[in-house]
Design a protein around this ligand. Structure first.
Ligand SMILES: O=C(O)c1[nH]c(=O)[nH]c(=O)c1I
Length: 312
C-alpha cells in the first residue's frame, strides 16, 4: 500500500506525525516520535526565543468520556536554541518540522532570520494560532496581521515555510484567509489548531477542570473532528495546489485519517489521541487506515486524496 506524501523536495514514507505540542517538548519525546516505524516526520513544540514554564497547572485535562481534551499549556517550551541544537545534531532521514510561536511579530521575524541563517535542513511551521497565552490574540484571526507577517517573512525567508491555522467557522473567512495565503509561496498549511477557549466542567465539584484563564482552554480530540474536516476541505478547495495541506484535529481512528485525506490532506497529525494513547497510536492508525484502503480496493492514497463526493 502506498502511504507516502511529498512537500516540495521532502519525502514522507508515512503520512502520520504528532501535532505540535504533543510528545515533542524534549529531545526524549522528539526521539520517540522519530523512532516510531509508523511516523513520517516529527514536529517540535512551538518555540519562543526564551525558555517558558507555561501556565500554572492543572492546565491539561482528558474528558472522561474519551471524546476530547482541553488545554491551556501557555506555550511551555525549552526555548528556541534548544530546538535548534536538537535539529542541528539529529541524524534522521525523516523530515523535521520546526514550529515557532513568538509572542510578537518581531519575535517571529527574529526566529525566522535565525532559521534562515542556520544550516537547518527541514520545514518551518509558523504557529499563528496559540489560544492560550493570556492577553495574546490568535494572529490567525487577524487577517491584516497574518498578511503583514507573511509579507515580512517572505521578503527574506527562502526555506520551506508553512503556517498553523486556527479553525474558521464562516465561509467568508475561508475565502478571506485563502486569498491571503495564496499570495505567498507557502510550502504547506496545517489546519486546525485546537478550538480556542472552550470550557469543561467537573460534574462532581461544579468546577472548571483547568486553572489558567478561569478554565478556558483549547479543545481537541473527537469533539473537533467535524470542524477539522471542514477546514481541511475548505482550504484544499481554495488554496493553490502547490500549497500542501496537513490535516490535524479529531483523529482517533484510521477512518478519521481516511476522512482527512478524502478532504485533501497530504499529511495527517495526531494530537489529543497521541497524548491519551501514547506512541503506539501511530501503528494502530496506520493498520486501520490500510484495512479501509484494502477493503475499498485502493492501492495508494493518491486514489483517495481530495476525492470526497458531494450530493449533486
Ligand atoms: O497552550 C499551548 O501551548 C498551546 N495549546 C494549543 O492547543 N495550541 C497551541 O498552538 C499552543 I502554543
Amino acid at each position: 500500500m502506498q502511504l507516502t506524501a511529498d512537500i516540495q523536495n521532502y519525502h514522507f514514507n508515512h503520512i502520520l506525525l504528532n501535532a505540535a505540542g504533543v510528545m515533542c517538548q524534549t529531545s526524549t519525546e522528539l526521539d520517540a516520535v522519530l523512532a516510531s516505524e509508523y511516523t513520517g516526520a516529527v514536529v517540535t513544540k512551538s518555540a519562543t526565543p526564551l525558555v517558558r514554564p507555561g501556565n500554572p497547572a492543572p492546565r491539561y485535562y482528558e474528558l472522561n468520556n474519551g471524546l476530547g481534551t482541553i488545554n491551556s499549556m501557555g506555550l511551555p517550551n525549552e526555548g528556541f536554541d534548544y530546538y535548534m541544537n536538537y535539529v542541528s545534531a539529529k541524524e534522521t532521514y525523516k523530515p523535521i518540522f520546526f514550529s515557532i510561536a513568538g509572542l510578537s511579530k518581531q519575535e517571529n521575524i527574529t526566529m525566522l532570520h535565525q532559521l534562515q541563517d542556520a544550516d537547518f535542513d527541514g520545514l518551518i511551521e509558523l504557529n499563528l494560532s496559540c489560544p492560550n497565552v493570556p492577553g495574546k490574540p490568535q494572529t490567525g484571526y487577524d487577517f491584516e496581521a497574518t498578511e503583514q507577517i507573511l509579507t515580512e517573512a517572505f521578503a527574506f525567508f527562502k526555506k520551506p515555510l508553512g503556517v498553523k491555522l486556527p479553525p474558521y467557522f464562516d465561509i467568508v473567512h475561508f475565502d478571506d484567509i485563502a486569498a491571503i495565503l495564496n499570495k505567498f509561496p507557502l510550502a504547506f498549511v496545517n489546519t486546525i489548531n485546537s478550538i480556542g477557549n472552550g470550557l469543561v466542567i467537573d460534574q462532581t465539584t461544579d468546577t472548571v477542570v483547568i486553572k489558567p484563564k478561569a478554565g478556558f482552554g483549547g479543545i481537541g480530540g473527537t469533539l473537533v473532528k467535524a470542524t477539522a474536516l471542514a477546514n481541511v476541505r475548505a482550504l484544499r478547495d481554495r488554496l493553490n495546489t502547490n500549497i500542501k495541506i496537513i490535516g490535524t484535529g479529531g483523529v482517533t481512528t484510521g477512518r478519521d485519517v481516511y476522512d482527512h485525506i478524502l478532504c485533501g490532506a497530504d499529511l495527517v497529525e495526531v494530537g489529543s489521541q497521541l497524548a491519551i494513547e501514547g506512541i503506539t497510536v501511530f501503528e494502530r492508525l496506520e493498520k486501520e487506515l490500510t484495512e479501509i484502503l484494502t477493503k475499498k480496493g485502493y492501492h495508494s492514497l493518491d486514489d483517495v486524496r481530495g476525492q470526497l463526493k458531494i450530493i449533486s
